[in-house]
Ligand binder design. Structure first.
Ligand SMILES: [Zn+2]
Length: 358
C-alpha cells in the first residue's frame, strides 16, 4: 500500500499574509488564531484585517509558549466556547504545533502561517508535544495535513537569518534520510514504504538547496525577497515536508532527538541538530572522505554547524558524546537504517565527525 500526504493548498510570496482570509474562506466560518505575544503585536492587526476583508469572523489568542498537552486542552476549550471551526497557527514551530493540537482535539480544519522557516513542521501533520523542560514527550498526528499553508516570503525575509539556516539544515538531510529509509525497507511515519514521490521530492529538495541557499540566505540578510529565496523557501517549507512524510526519516533525525538531552546544547535549533546528524549518518553510510568534505565545504559556506563545538559543547566530554549516542537510539528513526545500528556505533561515528578536518 502507498499513501501520499501533503497539504491541500500551499501559498507563498511577498505580501500573501494579506490574503490569508481569502484563502481560508473555503475552510470555515470563524477562525481562532493562535500566536505568540511578539507576532500578535507585529502582525495581529494585518491578519485580523485579512479575515475582515473576507467577511470571516476571527479572534487572536496568545499561547503560553510551550507545546504541552495542558496548553492545547486549555486553548481547545476556549476555541470551542467561541464557536470557532478553523484553527490557525501564526508564528514559529511552537505556535503552529499548538494550533495543530487544538485542531486535532476539536476535529477542526487547520491552517499554518509560519513566520520563520526553521524546520519542516508547518506543512506536516505531525505535532511534537513537549513537557515544561522542553523534553519531547509525544508525537501526535493530525488525520490530515494542515489544509492551508501560507508563507509570506517577506515576513520570512524579515526574520533573523539563523532560522532559515536551520530550516536548510532540517531539509538538506532529507534526500539521504529518504534513501536510507527506502534502502532499509523501513516505513515512513504514514506506516507505508517510501514512495516514489517522496524520494523525488527529497532529491529535488537537496538540489534546490545546493543551488540557491547561498543567494537566498544573502537576500534574507538584507531583508529582501528574490527568486533564489522563493525557490529556497519552497524547498525548506514544502518539499522538506513532502520528503519526510512520504520518503521517511533516518539517522539524521535520530541524532536530532539525542541533542534535546544535551544540557550545554540547550536553546540550539532542531534544524542545526539535523545538519550535524547528517554528517554522522554519512559516516555510518561509509561515504568517502571526499564526499563528506565536499558537503562540509558547503556547510562552511552557509555557516551550518558541523561540530559539537558549534552548539556550545566546547571540548565535549565522553559522557556527552555517550549521552548523544544513547539518546539518539530512543528515536524510531534510528531503526530506519540498514544495517542496524547501536549506540556504540553511533558513538564512534560522532567521534569520527569530531575528528574530521574541514
Ligand atoms: Zn526535522
Amino acid at each position: 500500500m502507498r499513501i501520499f500526504a501533503a497539504t491541500s493548498r500551499y501559498v507563498q510570496g511577498p505580501g500573501v499574509l494579506d490574503a490569508l482570509g481569502k484563502h481560508s474562506m473555503v475552510l470555515g466560518n470563524k477562525a481562532f488564531i493562535i500566536t505568540d505575544a511578539d507576532m500578535a503585536r507585529l502582525l495581529g492587526d494585518r491578519v485580523l484585517a485579512s479575515y475582515q476583508a473576507a467577511d470571516m469572523m476571527a479572534m487572536l489568542e496568545v499561547f503560553p509558549g510551550e507545546v504541552t498537552h495542558a496548553a492545547m486542552a486549555q486553548l481547545a476549550d476556549k476555541a470551542k466556547a467561541a464557536g470557532s471551526d478553523l484553527i490557525v497557527g501564526l508564528g514559529g514551530g511552537k505556535a503552529l504545533d499548538t494550533a495543530k493540537g487544538v485542531a486535532l482535539k476539536l476535529e477542526a480544519a487547520c491552517v499554518s502561517v509560519p513566520t520563520i522557516a526553521s524546520n519542516d513542521g508547518p506543512a506536516s501533520g505531525a505535532i511534537a508535544v513537549y513537557d515544561e523542560h522542553h523534553i519531547m514527550q509525544d508525537i501526535l498526528h493530525l488525520p490530515r495535513n494542515p489544509e492551508l499553508v501560507l508563507v509570506d516570503s517577506q515576513v520570512i525575509a524579515n526574520a533573523p537569518v539563523r532560522f532559515l539556516r536551520a530550516g536548510i539544515g532540517d531539509a538538506i538531510s532529507k534526500k539521504f534520510e529518504a534513501e536510507a529509509c527506502h534502502a532499509a525497507g523501513a516505513m515512513t511515519l504514514l506506516g507505508t514504504p517510501a514512495s516514489q514521490i517522496g524520494l523525488m521530492a527529497a532529491d529535488a529538495c537537496y538540489k534546490i538547496i545546493r543551488q540557491h541557499a547561498v543567494e537566498g540566505l544573502r537576500a534574507t540578510e538584507e531583508n529582501e525577497v528574490n527568486n533564489a529565496l522563493e525557490d529556497l523557501l519552497e524547498a525548506v517549507v514544502l518539499l522538506s515536508t513532502v520528503s519526510f512524510e512520504n520518503g521517511g526519516l533516518s539517522l539524521s533525525h535520530a541524532l536530532a532527538r539525542g541533542f534535546s538531552y544535551l544540557e550545554r546544547a540547550r536553546g540550539t535549533l532542531h534544524g542545526d541538530h539535523v545538519a550535524y546528524g547528517l554528517v554522522v549518518q554519512l559516516i555510518m553510510e561509509k561515504r568517502s572522505t571526499a564526499f563528506i568534505q565536499e558537503l562540509l565545504g558547503f556547510y562552511q559556506q552557509i555557516s551550518l554547524p558541523a561540530r559539537l563545538h558549534d552548539f556550545g559543547l566546547t571540548n565535549p566530554t565522553a559522557d556527552e558524546v555517550r549521552s548523544l549516542a544513547e539518546n539518539s537510539m530512543v528515536s524510531p528513526s534510528a531503526a530506519r537504517f540498514a544495517p542496524a545500528v547501536d549506540a556504540d556505533q553511533l558513538e564512534r561515528a560522532i567521534c569520527q565527525v569530531e575528528a574530521l578536518t574541514i
